[in-house]
Ligand binder design. Sequence first.
Ligand code: PLP
Length: 469
Amino acid sequence: MKSSVNSALFRELPSVDDVLRTPAVAGLATSQGAASVTDAARAVLGRLRDEVGSGRLNQSSLRLALDGVGEAIKEHLGKTLAHSLRPVINATGVILHTNLGRAPLAEAALAHIHETAGQFSNLEFEIEAGTRGRRDVHVDRLFRKLVGDAAASVSTIVVNNNAAAVLLALNTLAEGGEVVVSRGELVEIGGSFRIPDVMAKSGAILREVGTTNRTRVSDYEKAITDRTRLLLRVHRSNFEITGFTEQASTAELVTVAHQHALPLMEDLGSGALVDLQDFGVTGEPSVLDSLRAGVDVVTYSGDKLLGGPQAGLISGRADLVTRMRTNALFRALRVDKLTYAALEGTLLAYVKRDHDSIPALKMMGLTKEEIGKRAESLAAQVRSPKRKIEVIEGESVIGGGAAPSSVLPTRLLALSCEGLSADELAARLRASDPPIVARVEEGRVLLDLRTVFGSQDPLIAAALSRIAP
Ligand SMILES: *Cc1c(COP(=O)(O)O)cnc(C)c1O
């Protein structure tokens, strides 16, 4: 009995070709491509066939579903042809959130990508001479301006990320020889970057000195032999050692290295180009501080405190950087014109002292009063009997391996909703378009507007009104 009902229903299902010929669907092929429309029609009809087969549809519900086939195909196309990489609203208060793409780019950087990447450019071309040029000049010249006279002989090259910068520098300066590092600086960053592992890949031999909590300059001195090629300092990006501690100062390391005619390299990680004390953040040396102190080579990321694209920058003594540039590894790790365009746009903002145009720096500079005002105004728009929303004191985090213990005072929106758990509420925020990513703490959803662009406040208000009645 059932199977004969089913076969009657099956006969009502149109063929893929029938569906493609209907005007609503035929029109889609022009904008979305015939092949993807055919795939979508196949998928939608396949789903209906399964539903008929499992007895979930009767004649009237099948006819209803068939009326909606055009819409279902559109929806299917919308899902399959949508970008996978898409914007989200970062309400976590973590400015440099690796999972959320670290630093958002400055307008000037975006404009420069737009202007140069869709056309040919002089990426590696000397326009005047009409000869082959070098891609690193675009960044090197700006960096020289930033460093000023203090380091006229400083060169800068760019590779794919800071992990690559450390690998290239170690391989160039110390392959087959020893690198002296403090046991307190053998860090792991983000689970996949471990100093001992990168050292091993570079072909250099790790020579650990001191202890986890205390390393004196004499520990470095005692470890230096004729096999030593380099002294390395690594920024403790994501942790701190407190209590009974001692660390050789940069000045002491510079002296020891140079007494032994060895270079000193510093993996700074975050690579700030401004003085972070202006933001109330202490103990985070800037790139320029390290170079001026006499460090020979520094490595740092482009998308952490610098506020630019993913990149690894190596700045330092011109003779050492030249050796890195001629290393075959450099060719494997080099970056694309998009990265150069973004870096040039970002570095120009530094040269012009236009720090506010760099979103990460702008966000760092917001006061809790400014953030609190926006939070109060947002709260007033969405408060309802079932939706409890308060503005409370809290802390934002710089993130991205910068200043692990330095937090910025902020004001948070603390949200709870009758009949919804905090996790459910957070999931609904993530399901909105654009997705809103928040923190959940102590049974409440916390939104930090420090990392939310002002223009996105209304989107948060609208999402809250919609998802939590
Ligand atoms: C972040 C960081 C790295 C890795 O940099 P990526 O640009 O993510 O490759 C390496 N060293 C230190 C000290 C860091 O903070």
